[in-house]
Design a protein around this ligand. Structure first.
Ligand code: SF4
Ligand code: SF4
Length: 437
């Protein structure tokens, strides 16, 4: 059986982003395969731990993908500061087609557009994909899963970090569908009584207070911060209030644009212009919203650049949603050209962490072999790009870890889903399947 089929059967999706089904990428022919180990979100270190502890599997996955896509070369994008991970990988790529692409400690060096440029000096066209410039990019954990898929091992576990205000910050494998409560217990519990939970990152992740939420194939970890933390107060503000403040306080200084990583790469993203949409009614706002269309929602403008502590990222998110609703796509007419000052405007991660007051929570999250053993898991059927998987088991069925429980109709984009623990199926709906161990 070929690798594409094995990846599909194992339900491998992008482990570091939106969960794009990996078998689709594996079908393409490219020049370069890129392993993304940049891990630029503050506090989460799961990719670093995975590279230090499972380098053979990751390198094997990269080699399999390189062969499959007929790529002439592969690159590992890792921050130079992560010396241990660099050493482990470097030892294993000697005399292969794979090279190291050492990255500085900046945010957001893990953005696909940034990484493709850093490794190949190619610029992805506006609204394009790495494939448009002959590249396939996957997170290092995705490569780990590819190397297991070749041995017919489906994706049943996720590697995550639990960080912030917890007694034992750590990284470990966890069955997909495990609740955040179980993760927190496994990390020794919280060190503060009232807290919020950032899921998969502070800048690009989401905030929740719900410990019954569960791990999916794309969760990179949870970060516990005290409820009174500045970031939680900020994110809890209602949209209407964000807009009202933006409307009255934005002085159009344009710092948000000047530091925007996409703008500096040459894309026509101009959050200061998007802020103007807040003062216009529907007749005028579309003009300004266009400058949001190529924004990657990295959050830098809101959490770092704006001296007034406003919400340009949120304005861009609203702008993009509005354009989508109207079926509009902004066509960038000028060529994509890197801004001459780009390198001088990069934002060091430490400086960003200081600015958002999380430097004090930046602990080591060492790999611990023992995994949580949940007595039940809630496995979501839409945890990937594409259509939701359809249940193929009945209520009351007995399943083993790895049993196929939901499948994708032929010809549709999506990913297969497997039981992450052994037990009895106690809930089946179009949204999720619960297994009680
Ligand atoms: S940085 Fe802040 S104040 Fe300046 S233009 Fe952007 S949103 Fe307005
Ligand atoms: S979130 Fe802000 S800084 Fe990031 S790409 Fe969008 S506009 Fe630029």
């Amino acid at each position: 059986m070929n690798l594409v089929q094995k990846i599909f059967d194992a339900g491998v999706v992008g482990a570091g982003g939106a969960g794009f089904p990996t078998h689709v990428k594996a079908k393409s022919s490219v020049e370069f395969v890129l392993a993304n180990g940049a891990e630029c979100e503050p506090l989460i270190h799961k990719d670093f731990e995975l590279m230090c502890n499972f380098p053979d599997e990751i390198v094997n996955g990269v080699e399999l993908m390189t062969k499959q896509t007929s790529a002439k070369k592969a690159y590992f994008g890792i921050k130079a500061k992560n010396v241990e991970a660099v050493d482990e990988i470097e030892k294993r790529i000697k005399e292969t087609k794979t090279e190291m692409c050492l990255l500085g400690d900046f945010y957001p060096s893990g953005d696909e557009y940034e990484l493709v440029y850093a490794a190949t000096k190619r610029l992805i066209p506006p609204h394009g994909l790495p494939l448009d410039v002959g590249c396939v990019v996957n997170n290092v954990e995705t490569f780990y899963n590819i190397s297991r898929a070749i041995d017919d091992k489906p994706v049943t576990q996720k590697f995550i970090s639990v960080a912030g205000c917890v007694k034992k910050p750590s990284s470990f494998f966890v069955p997909i569908g495990t609740s955040f409560q179980e993760l927190l217990n496994h990390a020794g519990g919280s060190t503060v009584s009232d807290y919020g939970i950032f899921v998969s990152g502070i800048l690009m992740g989401k905030l929740t207070f719900d410990l019954t939420e569960v791990v999916t194939k794309t969760t990179s970890g949870i970060i516990i911060l005290p409820k009174e933390h500045y970031l939680i107060n900020r994110m809890e503000r209602p949209k209407a209030s964000m807009n009202r403040i933006g409307k009255s306080a934005c002085d159009q200084c344009s710092y948000c644009t000047e530091f925007c990583p996409r703008y500096l790469l040459g894309y026509d993203v101009q959050p200061h212009k998007v802020m103007r949409s807040l003062v216009f009614s529907t007749s005028g706002e579309a003009v300004w919203n266009q400058y949001a269309d190529l924004c990657c929602s990295c959050g830098l403008c809101s959490l770092y650049s704006c001296p007034e502590d406003l919400y340009p990222r949120e304005a861009c998110d609203q702008g993009k949603a509005e354009l989508k609703k109207q079926g509009m796509i902004y066509e960038q007419l000028k060529p994509v050209k890197v801004h001459p000052i780009k390198e001088g405007r990069r934002v060091p991660l430490k400086q960003l962490m200081k600015r958002i007051d999380v430097l004090k929570y930046d602990n080591h999250t060492p790999y611990v072999k023992e995994s949580p053993k949940p007595t039940q898991v809630k496995i979501l059927l839409k945890q990937h790009v594409g259509v939701a998987a359809k249940p193929v088991i009945k209520l009351g069925a007995i399943v083993n870890e790895g049993t196929l429980i939901a499948d994708i109709e032929e010809g549709k984009l999506g990913s297969r889903i497997h039981a992450s623990i052994s037990g009895k199926v106690t809930h089946v709906s179009e949204e999720f399947i619960r297994i009680t161990g």
